[in-house]
Design a protein. Structure first.
Length: 532
């Protein structure tokens, strides 16, 4: 409880500050004032809960100050300190709301009892006010929910409830606003239940303050999202443009204050709150569903959806992508990242433009992903489509809360398929090349031709030549020559075998051809190599 002393004798404030341990008794001591005018300025700024004030002061007396506070409806408790033992002063002070009238110099023990009694009374009033506010807030929320759900009541009943709950809401025209609040995915936080309740209260408070000119009434429709509903009238409050600007400001305020992402859906103007609440709620929900395509921090009006033909209540056809299937299959078969990226960019753009429901968009994406899995399985029969498009991947598609998230899931999937295609292709190529290498390494002394090697691995000589060059960076014949000459060098170094014998041992029947080839590749004749 905040306490303030107002007396033109400074010694009074200093004495009370020194003699009473205010903080021990739960008080916050505010700077004193020495006259009523100065006190009024401080009271408006610091809002003390209890005043200890003198009757007679310059500029404005204590009684005049109490009258001014009463006129301005500034809540407070007051105890008069006076050196005048006059009944008229005491009577006027009590009429102006003072709790007691204490003569100066006060008995400190008696003054403390009086002050503590004032504090207890203030605490009880605060408790009752808080309970009353909470009960009224609950009743307001129930009324708003009942109107949005279509609970039947006549005009007299509605007027009575609005008056009882001090709600300035008119039956028409009215608007329903839905707000989805999500955490920033770049900075997620885990909130306890009590933390979430405080966050919901903060969101509702920001909404009601930002839209104060329209007296909105905010309720939490779904705590798991969370999703908020606001019910309000906008006629006579500055026009639709200003209302739209304030809604954008609301998105900004929540984002900057709480670091949440916000999307708002607005219904059309409702003609009668007594019967059109459910329709307006459904319209706001339909507008809000478009956030799947727009992303967060957007303002989406139901009327704009109707004008653009984008209401999810209408289109249910799958996004058209006739002819795109072949592009996707070609990109995977070719193992070409650029082709795949181009296809994904076009396909994702087509999904964003389509007049379809969210479920239809998800279905179209799953169809494209299944097509890709089947295409890869055809290329590599050992693979099964269900092994490529797993249940976990399907669940990720269905759980995506926005088109951007769906695109991230699909982009990762398609890129993984492409990588797998390239890896499998490389592994197949490597298998053929390694088989050829092993054959050459083991049988280099025999008569080996490209046709011989191609028959060994069941491919054409032209394809084998292309494949070997692609994997090893050299021709097959160059590799065979390298293996034969390396073995010839070993024999020249370590044994007294004649050159013509070495030629035959490494696969050359013509000694002269072997010698010319050796000099060309090594830079010296076999004899020179042996004698070096």
């Amino acid at each position: 409880m905040k306490i303030m002393v107002i007396d033109d004798e400074p010694i009074v404030a200093r004495g009370l500050r020194t003699l009473v341990p205010w903080e021990e008794h739960g008080f916050q001591w505010l700077p004193p004032a020495d006259n009523g005018v100065a006190a009024l300025r401080q009271i408006e700024q610091t809002r003390p809960d209890l005043l200890l004030l003198d009757c007679k002061m310059p500029l404005m007396t204590g009684l005049e100050l109490l009258a001014e506070l009463k006129e301005r409806h500034i809540p407070h408790k007051a105890i008069i300190l006076s050196g005048h033992d006059e009944f008229e002063y005491a009577r006027q002070a009590l009429q102006l709301g003072a709790l007691d009238y204490v003569l100066k110099p006060p008995d400190i023990e008696q003054l403390l009892k009086t002050v503590l009694r004032a504090k207890e009374e203030w605490q009880q009033e605060q408790k009752k006010a808080r309970q009353s506010w909470e009960q009224r807030a609950i009743a307001r929320e129930r009324l708003v929910r009942s109107l949005l759900e279509g609970t039947k009541m006549d005009e007299a009943q509605l007027a009575g409830k609005l008056a009882e709950l001090q709600m300035t809401l008119q039956p028409a025209p009215f608007y329903v606003i839905l707000m989805d609040i999500i955490q920033n995915p770049d900075d997620p936080k885990a909130y306890l239940y009590e933390d979430r309740r405080l966050m919901n209260y903060a969101v509702a408070n920001i909404a009601e303050e930002t839209l104060a000119d329209w007296n909105p009434f905010c309720v939490v429709l779904d705590e798991s999202v969370p999703r908020f509903a606001l019910l309000l009238n906008i006629n006579g409050s500055g026009g639709d443009d200003r209302f739209q600007q304030c809604l954008k400001q609301l998105i900004h305020n929540i984002h900057t204050t709480l670091q949440f992402l916000v999307t708002i859906g607005i219904s059309s103007a409702g003609a009668n709150l007594l019967c059109d609440g459910p329709t307006a709620l459904a319209q706001a929900a339909a507008a809000l569903e478009r956030q799947y395509y727009t992303g967060p921090n957007e303002l989406i009006g139901y009327n704009e959806l109707l004008q653009s033909g984008s209401s999810s209540e209408r289109g249910h056809a799958l996004p058209g992508w006739t002819g795109e299937e072949e592009r996707l299959e070609n990109a995977l078969r070719a193992g070409d990242p650029a082709l795949l990226e181009d296809w994904m960019a076009d396909f994702f753009a087509a999904l964003a433009r389509q007049d379809t429901s969210v479920s239809a968009t998800r279905t179209a994406m799953l169809q494209a992903m299944l097509l890709a899995a089947n295409a890869l399985a055809e290329l590599h029969p050992a693979l099964k489509p269900q092994e490529l498009l797993t249940a976990e991947r399907v669940e990720a598609v269905l759980a995506a809360a926005a088109l951007s998230q769906l695109q991230d899931v699909a982009r990762s999937y398609f890129r993984q398929l492409l990588d797998r295609t390239v890896t499998l292709r490389h592994s197949g190529k490597n298998s053929i090349v390694e088989t050829v290498k092993r054959y050459i390494d083991a049988r280099y002394a025999e008569a080996i031709s490209l046709d011989t090697l191609a028959r060994e691995v069941f491919v054409s000589p032209v394809y084998l030549s292309f494949l070997f060059k692609q994997v090893k960076g050299m021709n097959v014949t160059d590799y065979l020559t390298q293996v034969r000459l390396d073995r010839a060098k070993e024999l020249l170094r370590g044994a007294s075998v004649k050159t013509y014998e070495i030629a035959r041992l490494v696969g050359y029947q013509d000694e002269k051809y072997f010698s010319r080839l050796f000099k060309k590749k090594v830079g010296m004749t076999p004899s020179e190599f042996r004698n070096q």
